[in-house]
Design a protein around this ligand. Structure first.
Ligand SMILES: Nc1ncnc2c1ncn2[C@@H]1O[C@H](COP(=O)(O)OP(=O)(O)O)[C@@H](O)[C@H]1O
Ligand SMILES: [Mg+2]
Length: 226
């Protein structure tokens, strides 16, 4: 049997308003694979990721996710809390009670992996959007995450940094055996994943490794919505 990094069975979730936003969702991502989650605006992608990481509690259903889990938000300004690059990556390690030398090693390894080692002392405000996203990813890597969840990490990036980020995340998760689920609305990114899920009004309506077919289906759904 394939080992799974992420496994969801028959998940349901409603907001307090009663609006049911996750309807009987089931999905599996094999360990070490890089999958994407597509869907029109408001279809429930961010809610599903928040359930996976434990920020929300499901009404019913099962979630199994390898730990630790790293989470990267659409807007890195909502997640980077320390004044400098190195301090921010180290901040995520506070709970691990590592000796200072081990923290330094982890921070350096993680920043090296996202190609930001030279910017360790740089203030966060002096980074580009793509660099900030890489700092957020380094934070997850320093914690040795087994699973990485990314919620539209390229939404605020220009096309060059967008491509750079998806290529480097793919290379990283593949070389480190991390299981990743990347939410996107940008169809060109689909060329870099192992497979994708398509979400529509709270249900997972399609999935597979034939991303071209899923691309076409999403374009159709977008047209119907507009
Ligand atoms: N905090 C919230 N409280 C109530 N409803 C919400 C909240 N966040 C999102 N929603 C609603 O849940 C649905 C799914 O939203 P979301 O998961 O953000 O979709 P997506 O990420 O696919 O755009 C939408 O109808 C949205 O309005
Ligand atoms: Mg969203």
């Amino acid at each position: 049997m394939t080992e799974l990094g992420i496994e969801v069975r028959d998940l349901n979730f409603s907001w307090r308003s009663g609006e049911k936003v996750i309807k009987s969702c089931s999905l599996e991502v094999p360990k070490g694979e890089f999958w994407m989650l597509l869907g029109t605006n408001g279809s429930g992608k961010s809610t599903l990721l928040r359930l996976l990481v434990g920020l929300l509690t499901p009404e019913s259903g099962e979630i199994r996710v390898l730990h630790p889990v790293g989470f990267v938000f659409q807007n890195p300004d909502h997640q980077l809390v320390m004044p400098t690059v190195g301090a921010d990556v180290a901040f995520g390690l506070v709970q691990e009670r590592l000796p200072p030398a081990a923290v330094r090693t982890r921070v350096e390894e993680a920043l090296g992996a996202v190609n930001l080692l030279a910017l360790q002392r740089r203030p966060i405000y002096a980074l580009s959007g793509g660099q900030k996203q890489r700092v957020a990813i380094a934070g997850a890597l320093a914690r040795r995450c087994e699973v990485l969840l990314l919620d539209e990490p390229t939404a605020l990036l220009d096309p060059d940094s967008q491509l750079e980020l998806v290529v480097s995340v793919r290379r990283l998760v593949k070389s480190q055996g991390i299981t990743a689920l990347w939410v996107t609305h940008r169809l060109d990114e689909l060329n870099y994943c192992d497979g994708a899920f398509l979400m529509e009004r709270g249900s997972l309506v399609d999935h597979g490794v034939d991303t071209r077919r899923l691309q076409q289906r999403l374009m159709q759904l977008d047209n119907e919505a507009s």
